[in-house]
Write a protein that binds this ligand. Structure first.
Ligand SMILES: [Zn+2]
Length: 339
């Protein structure tokens, strides 16, 4: 897994605000909390063996913002290279000799990033502070997390195996593009223009990372498509079987079973199908209305056009992509004392 790791050598009190989102192809049994659990404590998901770096001062909740350099580091599990991203340029921060030799080719990393920047408009790239290439041999396909608690600066990470299924030619279709769009969907819907991470008394949808602005995509999405089933959904949190039953019950609402995980995952999945479907659905099902909602935003139609222009993404013959398995967790003011 690609979880941040805390060294047991750290002897410090640590305040952390952290969001993590990961996708993998296979369902994996772990204890990562669903994204919309804002008060999940913080004592459950980050094992003591779960952070293998030696920096004492990063992710310390100080909200480095844009005034200083934000600490970026390679993930301990599968990370091959992590780069600081300056719009369309990459600058290497750290690398590890992991995976097969072909995975370490920086030209492939640059090609992946070029593709990301072809897919995502320049003015939106500012939220992508760092880019990691990792070996997803454990089934992980991609993930994002916010590097600062103000939700401005994000890590964007993609599996090089999924990018290069034949080890030489980068895919611009299929699951790799699905992963890319899905992960970007999280940054699109959870960044500082969409959420207020410091709202005291949230009157709108609280994603866990922050309180959604009334004009945000996720708040509108939640109000239209989730509010009526929110209580029922809450009872399935942390219980994959119950959540799957919940999905089956409301199958006509969702594009994939993974969408039933929570509204943020649903939004990320809907964004992918919004891009991949050749036509706007005309039906009146909630599932179709979710896609129709995204068509209401001119800037999202522009994003769709751009992504379709940059990729060769097509809907699979089956009518659905393999469900990504993502996990999100957030930590707000968690105190860890490792000795
Ligand atoms: Zn996700």
């Amino acid at each position: 897994m690609m979880y941040p790791r805390f060294s047991s050598a750290w002897i410090l009190v640590f305040v952390l605000f952290f969001t993590f989102a990961a996708c993998e192809n296979e369902f994996y049994e772990d204890d990562f909390a669903p994204i919309e659990t804002p008060d999940n404590g913080g004592d459950d998901d980050f094992g003591d063996d779960d952070f293998d770096d030696d920096d004492d001062d990063d992710n310390d909740g100080s909200g480095a913002g844009n005034n200083g350099e934000i600490s970026v580091e390679l993930s301990g599990d599968g990370g091959i290279a992590v780069y600081r991203a300056f719009d369309r340029q990459l600058s290497l921060v750290e690398k590890e000799d992991r995976g097969d030799a072909w995975m370490q080719d920086p030209r492939k990393h640059e090609e992946m990033w070029d593709f990301v920047t072809d897919m995502i408009p320049n003015e939106r790239l500012r939220h992508l502070y760092a880019f990691e290439v990792f070996d997803g041999d454990n089934g992980l396909a991609g993930y994002v997390y916010n590097l600062t608690d103000n939700l401005q600066d994000w890590m964007f990470a993609l599996d090089i195996r999924q990018a290069y299924p034949d080890e030489s030619t980068m895919s611009k279709d299929g699951e790799f593009v699905h992963t890319l769009i899905h992960e970007y969907g999280h940054i699109l819907s959870l960044n500082d223009e969409q959420l207020d991470p410091n709202a005291g008394n949230c009157q709108n949808y609280d994603t866990g990372e922050g309180c959604a602005f009334e004009t945000s995509y996720i708040d509108e999405f939640y109000e239209r498509f989730w509010e009526d089933i929110a209580d029922e959904h809450a009872g399935t949190e942390g219980d994959p079987d119950a959540n799957y039953d919940f999905y089956l019950k409301y199958q006509d609402r969702f594009w994939s079973d993974y969408s039933a995980t929570n509204p943020a995952e649903d939004f990320a999945e809907v964004l992918t199908y919004f891009v991949a479907l050749d036509q706007e659905p005309t039906g009146n099902s909630i599932k179709d209305r979710k896609i129709q909602m995204l068509y209401e935003y001119p800037e999202l139609r522009d994003l769709r056009d751009r992504m379709r222009g940059a990729s060769t993404l097509t809907m699979p013959a089956s009518g659905r992509f393999a469900a990504p398995k993502c996990r999100h967790a957030q930590r707000k003011g968690v105190e860890l004392l490792n000795r």
